[in-house]
Design a protein around this ligand. Structure first.
Ligand code: UGA
Length: 336
């Protein structure tokens, strides 16, 4: 199989590329602006990398959609601070640019494996979010945070409709707070400049206090990248066509912790690294209002637990990496 990965140098793209090259005999055609996360892939003969901007290199993209069997458009802005600060950039890249790719998959009859998101469920009150039953709940228009959720939701609906009315072969996957090595840049000191885990690691290493938005009682199910990638490889493989036209939550419902507990666990774990123990010891947890941290356009999700029955039954997948092990591996990467 030939796989096209747009955004291969991202967190998911780089881990997926590595897994495909080591676990399968598939070839990868990859595009991204940079290649710093791909050092384990670049010398592999089955990895064909092109440095470029998906928005500009349209001819390359079209040629490769035609040439490949499965298309993974992974280019997107995925940090909540950006949803509030640059909502139109989120719309233009996450929605408009990806819609063009989806349409070409329809035109050239190619299978698309598309990243939806846990964010589509928004502030749904269900104890666990079910792909087929849960309502997708967002806030008023001036809460700009939801532009990411609703852009992704509309793409989900567009893909579903192309599947139903134009026989598009697709699978949608919804990552629930995937984390691990190469997540975001911990040296980006901007508040909200990265997702929470890398934000907190960076705070601790720089000797800054940790800001707990809204007090940190909100919970997330943290899912280690290797578990997520195992699911993704099964989805691409599509044994017996079981992933065809399906939506899958890919998350770890057991590792459901509050953001405050995450901060406390990180401080405890980082104290075990002699070079950083003293700084970690001084880290304070400070409660901060969401509007003060992100601006008035932000709204939070209090509980976000995935139902994973579908992935278990159709893909034979379930997560296996517990949070402490996953956090240790992540810290070994960032602190080494
Ligand atoms: C994330 C992002 O939208 C996407 O990366 C992705 O689609 C999705 O979730 C996912 O991975 O499932 P969220 O979990 O809200 O959304 O994003 P984080 O930035 O990781 O924040 C998690 C929580 O930590 C939020 O409640 C946030 O307010 C809090 N936080 C963040 C703090 O308390 N302090 C900080 O310094 C940063």
């Amino acid at each position: 199989m030939n796989i096209l990965i747009l955004g291969a140098n991202g967190f998911i793209g780089s881990h997926l590329s590595e897994a495909i090259l080591t676990q399968t005999d598939w070839s990868i055609f990859a595009m991204d602006l940079a290649q710093d996360k791909l050092e384990n892939c670049l010398s592999n003969k089955r990895f064909h990398f092109f440095a470029g901007d998906m928005l500009k290199q349209k001819k390359w993209v079209t040629e490769h959609i035609k040439k490949c069997d499965v298309i993974l458009p992974l280019v997107a802005i995925a940090t909540p601070a950006a949803y509030v600060q640059n909502p139109l950039s989120v719309f233009e890249l996450d929605f408009e640019a990806n819609l063009a790719i989806i349409r070409q998959c329809v035109e050239f009859k190619k299978r698309i494996v598309f990243p939806s998101t846990s964010e589509v469920y928004g502030m749904c009150l269900d104890a666990e979010f079910d792909e087929e039953q849960s309502h997708l709940v967002t806030g008023p228009i001036h809460k700009e945070r939801w532009i990411y959720s609703t852009s992704k939701q509309l793409l989900d609906r567009v893909i579903y409709a192309y599947g139903k009315h134009h026989a598009l072969a697709y699978t949608l996957f919804r990552p629930f707070n995937w984390y691990g090595p190469r997540l975001d840049n911990i040296f980006n000191p901007k508040p909200g400049g990265s997702r929470v885990l890398t934000q907190f690691i960076g705070n601790i290493l720089r000797g800054e206090d940790i800001m707990l938005v809204g007090g940190g009682a909100q919970q997330r199910c943290f899912t280690y990248i290797d578990d997520g990638i195992n699911a993704l490889v099964k989805i691409i493989e599509n044994k017996n066509n079981l992933a065809h036209q399906q939506i899958f939550n890919i998350g770890n419902p057991i590792e459901n912790i509050s953001i405050r507990t995450l901060a406390e666990s990180l401080i405890t774990l980082i104290k075990r690294y002699p070079h950083h123990a003293a700084t970690a010891d001084k880290t304070q947890l400070i409660d901060v209002e969401a509007a003060q941290y992100y601006g008035p356009g932000y709204q939070d999700v209090q509980l976000r637990v995935p139902a994973i029955r579908k992935a278990e039954q159709l893909l034979g997948w379930k997560p296996s990496v517990n949070l402490v092990v996953g956090l240790q591996k992540t810290l070994d990467f960032y602190l080494a």
